[in-house]
Design a binder for this molecule. Structure first.
Ligand code: ADP
Ligand code: GLC
Length: 482
């Protein structure tokens, strides 16, 4: 029996992306399809999404969706069905999905994503003629309210639901005054409903309402039971522990494959790694970096505390002192951007950056860099280290979350067994990060060992095969369709 699943997300590749969530939501329909799951994705109607849809006939209309008129449009996400909530008052505006051009969160985000959740719950519950679903799967706080609306719907048997946490740091927490405007029944205002510390917690409500909870790596699934990672929700996660599993993200080989990557000057496979050097030279030219026989470190990241960029700033002098160079692509915290500019000015020809978001450049950096840096303080899964592994750009990562689960540290035993794929360090502090940089540069100069690490990483299977199967098995179990 084919299971019909509604995947509810606030971004999905190739239509709209601010981070890894989009990669995952975009890849999921293909990942579960071979396992008998027909997935429909539902997205908010941001301008970029509507533009890609073109003209379509509305499937459904809301006269008042939390006070605003809205329509449900249909389109395609790749080859899979897509539903788009067209609600101009909430989603048709210049700027990002969550913040304005100046980077300030939209002040009505609670209303935007409550309305999105409300609409998704209606769709999952069968409000739209001809559309029925066996299960609803919500991603992160922006989609979480869908599960509360499903649970607190006045009529019918609610469909089973899955809540996936891509990042516990973003929870969608608002004041109690919004509760009356959510159009939920009064009994939703309880400690195991939407109420959270006297306000409304969107992610919290989703976690309380979900039939099952997943996050994007087994290690992060364990970590979020502790205060440092649970960020206030550790008690809830712990109490629902039997419902929490970690399913690691895969990568989409149609987008991330060095043998077919249209962004690369030279395409290559693990058999022809030597061809990467042309890509490296091209990067050096592009970033105005000196040529040298030392490693080229690269970093592709949101510039935030989570990503450890403040500690990266501290180790740059050490890295350059040992013959390393750095090319960074990222955007975010203005103080971190300023720190990076200062480092580039201090080390001309050795450190260079591009501030901004550039998909094609992110591919070129993976295809020509020697080492991808991911010094995150926490990392639910992390995708850039997976892309690095697939591209022979050896990951240097902090030992946390999905980074710990996907990179095999080059300790002596792992090197001898031919299993090492990268370098891990524990604790995002100057001494441990600097020590890991020293270790990496030493390994880089042991050419046979380094090439072996690149090859092992490139040959590892990070496809969605296993994880697609795991999601499908979970859906089946919840839908009673085993
Ligand atoms: P997160 O979602 O927490 O930012 P992930 O590692 O899961 O972290 O995913 C980040 C995604 O965003 C990757 O696909 C990465 O290549 C991409 N990315 C991050 N910053 C940039 C940037 N400045 N330009 C292009 N792509 C970027
Ligand atoms: C979040 C996490 C990241 C994860 C991504 C996709 O943005 O920060 O670690 O890879 O979601 O699941």
């Amino acid at each position: 029996m084919t299971l019909r699943v509604l995947s509810i997300a606030s971004e999905a590749v190739p239509l709209i992306k601010t981070g890894g969530l989009a990669d995952v939501a975009g890849a999921l329909p293909d990942a579960v399809a071979p396992h008998g799951v027909a997935m429909t994705t539902m997205l908010p109607g941001y301008p970029a999404v509507l533009k890609a849809l073109g003209r379509t006939k509305p499937l459904h209309q809301w006269e008042s969706l939390l006070g605003e008129p809205a329509r449900l449009l249909q389109g395609k996400l790749g080859t899979h069905p897509l539903l788009v909530l067209d609600c101009p008052a909430l989603f048709q505006r210049e700027g990002g999905p969550y913040a304005d051009m100046a980077g300030r969160d939209w002040s009505d985000n609670w209303r935007r994503f409550a309305a999105f959740g409300r609409a998704a719950a209606d769709v999952a519950g069968g409000a739209v003629k001809g559309l029925t679903f066996d299960l609803a799967h919500a991603h992160d706080w922006q989609a979480a309210m869908a599960l509360a609306y499903i649970r607190f719907a006045p009529a019918g048997t609610p469909v089973p639901t899955v809540m996936t946490i891509h990042n516990m740091a973003f929870q969608g927490y608002y004041g109690s005054d919004i509760f009356a405007l959510l159009e939920l029944p009064s009994w939703a205002w309880t400690y195991d409903g939407v109420e959270y510390h006297g306000g409304v917690g969107f992610l919290k409500a989703g976690l309380e309402s979900a039939s099952a909870i997943t996050t994007v790596s087994p290690t992060y699934a364990r970590e979020i039971r502790q205060p440092a990672f649970g960020m206030g929700l550790e008690g809830l996660i712990d109490s629902r522990g039997d419902r929490v599993t970690g399913i690691v993200n895969g990568i989409d080989p149609a987008v991330w494959n060095p043998e077919t990557d249209k962004h690369l000057l030279q395409r290559y496979s693990w058999r022809s790694i030597a061809r990467r050097s042309a890509n490296k030279r091209a990067l050096e030219r592009e970033f105005h970096l000196d040529q040298s026989d030392g490693p080229l470190f690269v970093c592709i990241s949101r510039l935030t505390w989570q990503k450890g960029i403040d500690v990266l700033l501290e180790v740059i002098d050490h890295m350059v002192g040992l013959g390393g160079r750095l090319a960074l692509l990222g955007a975010g915290d203005p103080a971190m951007e300023a720190g990076l500019h200062a480092a580039a000015a201090r080390h001309p020809g050795k450190v260079a950056l591009r501030i901004g978001y550039d998909e094609a450049l992110s591919h070129r950096l993976q295809g020509g860099g020697d080492v991808i840096l991911v010094p995150s303080r926490f990392e639910p899964c992390g995708l850039t280290q997976l892309y690095g592994l697939a591209y022979g750009c050896v990951p240097l990562v902090a030992h946390t979350g999905g980074l710990a689960d996907t990179v095999v540290d080059a300790n002596l035993a792992a090197i001898q067994a031919g299993a090492a794929t990268g370098i891990q360090f524990a604790g995002v502090t100057y001494p441990s990060f600097a020590d890991a940089i020293t270790r990496t540069i030493n390994l880089y100069h042991q050419r046979d060992t380094w090439t072996q690490m690149q090859r092992t990483g490139m040959k590892t299977d990070f496809s969605w095969k296993r994880s697609g199967q795991a999601y499908a098995a979970l859906y089946r179990q919840l839908a009673g369709a085993e």
